[in-house]
Design a protein around this ligand. Structure first.
Ligand SMILES: *Cc1c(COP(=O)(O)O)cnc(C)c1O
Length: 390
């Protein structure tokens, strides 16, 4: 089956007594057993049965099962936010005295997780330019326990060569961990590009209209101890498993994910092309524009679509604020890949608490507005942007 079919037809793995077509929401904490032996078997993992919803819930299991079918993963574990998935993965991969190798171009909270929170526990982070393979080779020494990156960085829209990074990781026997939130897994295979552990904020494209928070760890099984640690240590001890309501909404989101994404990506492509004609815009950054530095690599890795995030550069911060204030249709909001188009000034919001010199080193410019393109008619979006600039 093709992925679009699989997303809808991967069936519920236990029969529902009423034959419900959509997955039931098991709003339950605990599960009863017929006798003490079966209870012991469930608790000790000898049989596959849920015992407590902090670590397993049938509705969440179904959601995980569908993502597993779509990605060909060894295991998929769902968390209650993208940050929960990232922090749990990091807690499982590292320990005091070890280091993570990553870049300065990271989602703001991920950057602060690595450089502040984890550093208090003795975990170091080496930051280097992950598009510079020589720099990566130099940085990977015996202390480094994984390479972590985002496939299209936000808001810089930088793309690293995943196959090349995977080769470096393989040489060293360490996992390549990729946050793939920017392009859905229905469009490309991170596994085939050499990613060992994929992480997704399912809050974004998957939830379908920003209905719920969620995160996924998609494990391709090359480091078996990792999966064990997530399932049998992190879920139990950190307690960040997805809720059944979120899993229900995100299962529905998964069914329309590819259809929604195709429209959003097409809208973003058309809009990016048309915005290059508007006088006050100094630069349009979108990886789907043939003039973009990452265009070829992005095509090679992710296929013919380029995501729904673009940025525009105006004269300065004041011009960005004036533009954002005059928008009538496009919403002033954070979040990415909602059904609605959203605009934000990253430097004063998501990165607003970083000192200016650090923002500059992170490639977050004061004169850039980020636009997450939704499902509206692209003519309406273009008209709103043009009037806001006029
Ligand atoms: C939003 C986002 C996150 C965090 O996800 P939440 O679900 O908001 O916790 C992590 N990485 C990327 C690339 C994101 O866009």
């Amino acid at each position: 089956m093709k992925k679009q079919t699989q997303a809808i037809h991967t069936s519920y793995h236990r029969p529902d007594p009423y034959g419900a077509l959509s997955v039931p929401i098991y709003h339950a904490v605990a599960y009863e057993f017929p006798d003490a032996q079966e209870m012991s078997d469930a608790f000790c993992g000898r049989i596959d049965a849920p015992d407590y919803s902090r670590v397993e819930n049938p509705t969440v299991t179904h959601f995980e099962h569908r993502v597993k079918a779509l990605t060909g993963a060894e295991d998929v574990i769902a968390f209650n936010s993208g940050m929960a998935a990232i922090s749990n993965a990091m807690m499982a991969l590292t320990q005091s005295g070890r280091k993570l190798l990553s870049s300065r171009h990271l989602f703001g909270n991920t950057f602060s997780l690595l450089t502040q929170t984890l550093s208090r526990f003795g975990v170091g982070t080496k930051l280097c330019d992950l598009t510079d393979l020589e720099a990566v080779r130099q940085a990977v020494d015996d202390s480094v326990c994984c390479i972590f990156l985002e496939i299209v960085t936000n808001p810089q829209l930088e793309v690293a060569d995943l196959k090349a990074l995977a080769a470096v990781a393989r040489e060293r026997g360490i996992p390549l961990v990729a946050d793939t939130t920017a392009i859905p897994f229905t469009q490309f295979s991170a596994k085939e590009l050499g990613v060992d552990i994929e992480i997704v904020s399912s809050t974004k494209y998957i939830s379908g209209g920003a209905t719920s928070l969620g995160g996924l760890i998609i494990d391709y099984g090359r480091f078996p101890a990792f999966r064990q640690r997530i399932r049998f240590e992190m879920l139990f001890n950190l307690g960040a498993y997805m809720t059944p309501q979120a899993a229900y909404m995100q299962t529905l989101g998964l069914e329309t994910l590819d259809a929604r994404y195709r429209v959003q990506a097409q809208n973003a492509q058309t809009l990016a092309e048309r915005l290059t004609t508007l006088e006050p815009i100094r630069h349009v950054n979108y990886i789907g524009l043939p003039t973009n530095a990452y265009y070829s690599l992005a095509r090679e890795q992710f296929g013919p679509t380029s995501g729904a995030m673009l940025t525009i550069e105006l004269a300065d911060r004041e011009a960005c604020f004036r533009f954002i204030n005059r928008l009538q249709l496009i919403h002033r909001a954070t979040n990415l890949f909602d059904n609605r188009t959203l605009a934000i000034h990253p430097a004063s919001t998501i990165f607003g608490n970083f000192p200016p010199h650090q923002r500059a080193r992170m490639g977050v410019s004061d004169s850039v507005v980020r636009i997450s393109v939704g499902l509206e008619a692209v003519d309406d979006l273009f008209a709103d942007i043009r009037q806001a600039l006029s």
